[in-house]
Design a protein. Structure first.
Length: 224
């Protein structure tokens, strides 16, 4: 290691014939923050003390990818497949993300996919055959309690997809998915926070739905 002071984690992974994520996990288990700190230690250089502030966004996303919960994708797909009508609801930047998600879901399935950003509009659209999916980074930009409660009275199933982990609220929804076990910097308002995790998660959902669609298409052409 002393001879290869400039080696990158991808190069090390190639030489060791493992993935870069495996190397990243290994150095963290050894007590280092990252591969760079690991190299500094073996080069005899001083290592800065651990950070006490929140991880930056790239480190947070890397940790999310390393700990990605595939079961949430499977559960999302199961719920999606169960209902004829899907109503997507979001506010602010989350609504803008949902415009793209709506487009992708419409291209994959023949279900009735509807996008809403006004609570009254969403409640007019839902019934017992509807899955109401609300996306929010923190769940704190607005109160979703009435939305889920009223929808449930109409027989609607509610799914709350949250980027940040906060189990102290949001219990009105039938299903609550926390996509990460972390929180973004507290000095940012909800509308200022990143939605990158939403896109990563939903791209995995789209892939799973595409595979299911391909299986159905094959079966319809070649029935038993």
């Amino acid at each position: 290691m002393k001879k290869e002071t400039n080696i990158k984690i991808l190069e090390a992974a190639t030489q060791c014939r493992v993935s870069s994520s495996k190397i990243s996990k290994m150095v963290r288990k050894m007590g280092f923050e990252n591969f760079k700190q690991y190299k500094l230690f073996f080069q005899g250089q001083l290592i800065a003390p651990p950070k006490t502030t929140s991880s930056n966004e790239m480190e947070r996303l890397q940790l999310f990818l390393e700990q990605f919960d595939r079961s949430l994708v499977d559960r999302f797909v199961e719920l999606f497949e169960e209902y004829d009508r899907i109503v997507l609801f979001g506010l602010g930047p989350s609504y803008i993300c949902l415009e793209y998600f709506t487009y992708k879901l419409e291209t994959i399935s023949k279900k009735n996919i509807i996008l809403a950003q006004e609570e009254e509009r969403a409640l007019q659209l839902v019934d017992k055959n509807t899955l109401l999916i609300v996306f929010s980074v923190t769940g704190e930009f607005a109160s979703y309690e009435r939305l889920f409660e009223t929808a449930k009275q109409k027989g609607t199933t509610g799914l709350f997809v949250l980027e940040e982990y906060d189990p102290t609220s949001h219990q009105k929804a039938d299903h609550v998915f926390y996509l990460t076990q972390s929180q973004q910097p507290g000095d940012r308002l909800p509308y200022e926070k990143s939605r990158t995790v939403f896109f990563i998660f939903m791209e995995e959902v789209f892939t799973a739905l595409y595979l299911k669609k391909a299986e159905r298409d094959v079966f319809s052409r070649n029935p038993l």
